[in-house]
Ligand binder design. Structure first.
Ligand code: HEC
Length: 205
């Protein structure tokens, strides 16, 4: 075990000890059993995923215009999610109740948490986050869900109420069942879902 790993293990033990005593204390009955390191990793991964998507989107709009960017987004967004999943060992995806890509539907076990984000997409000035655990033993999973609030431009050009004809036509051609228009800034557009398997080997930093 390297120094770094040893330090991580020690921090984890402290956190675990802290969590169990907190759980027993009457003033903190709902202390989450998720350690701070996994939270920090999830935050960083979500930031990275979002930054890559936004950079790809900006470049595509600048180089190809809006209709072209719709096509670029349709191949790049799933590819970036797959790459970030492989690199981190987590399963990362974007989901939405009113989705564009039908594969982005909200899984059953996430619906309750997604509804909470929809009610309050922003908490304390930041996109709302929910973290919870499912399963036990080898199938235990830590789930991290972070709100993607609808913003102004460029989001409105492709998800708002007034989408120009060529862009709307490209969206309709690629996503005949599109449900992701008519959004107002501040509404919940969707969320990033990161699932960590407890039994997966730890990834190197
Ligand atoms: C050029 C058009 C375009 C712009 C601008 C755009 N999007 Fe999208 N958006 C898309 C397309 C196309 C998809 C489907 C991608 C896929 O197939 O995975 C999508 C998917 C999404 C999803 C995933 C869930 C779903 O519905 O499939 C979210 C969340 C999202 N967009 C949020 C945003 C936000 C927030 C902005 C502003 C920063 C934005 N989009 C700007 C075209 C666009």
């Amino acid at each position: 075990m390297s120094m770094k790993q040893a330090r991580k293990a020690a921090v984890l033990l402290l956190l675990l000890a802290g969590t169990s005593s907190a759980a027993a204390a009457p003033q903190a009955p709902t202390a989450p059993a998720v350690d701070a390191e996994l939270m920090a990793r999830s935050d960083a991964l979500a930031d990275r995923f979002q930054l890559r998507l936004q950079t790809a989107l900006r470049t595509a709009i600048a180089e190809q215009g809006l209709p072209g960017a719709v096509s670029v987004c349709s191949t790049l967004a799933p590819a970036i999610a797959a790459e970030e999943s492989a690199a981190s060992g987590a399963r990362i995806s974007r989901i939405a109740a009113r989705n564009r890509n039908p594969a982005a539907r909200v899984p059953r076990d996430v619906q309750k948490h997604f509804a909470e984000l929809a009610a309050n997409p922003v908490e304390a000035g930041k996109p709302a986050i929910r973290v919870w655990e499912t399963g036990r033993g080898a199938s235990a999973t830590v789930n991290y869900l972070r709100a993607i609030p609808m913003m102004g431009q460029p989001c409105l050009s492709c998800h708002g109420t007034d989408i120009d004809k060529p862009t709307a036509a490209r969206i309709a051609a690629l996503y005949p069942k599109d449900k992701a228009t008519g959004f107002m800034p501040g509404e919940l557009r969707g969320a990033m879902l990161i699932r960590w398997s407890r039994s997966a080997p730890a990834q190197p930093d």
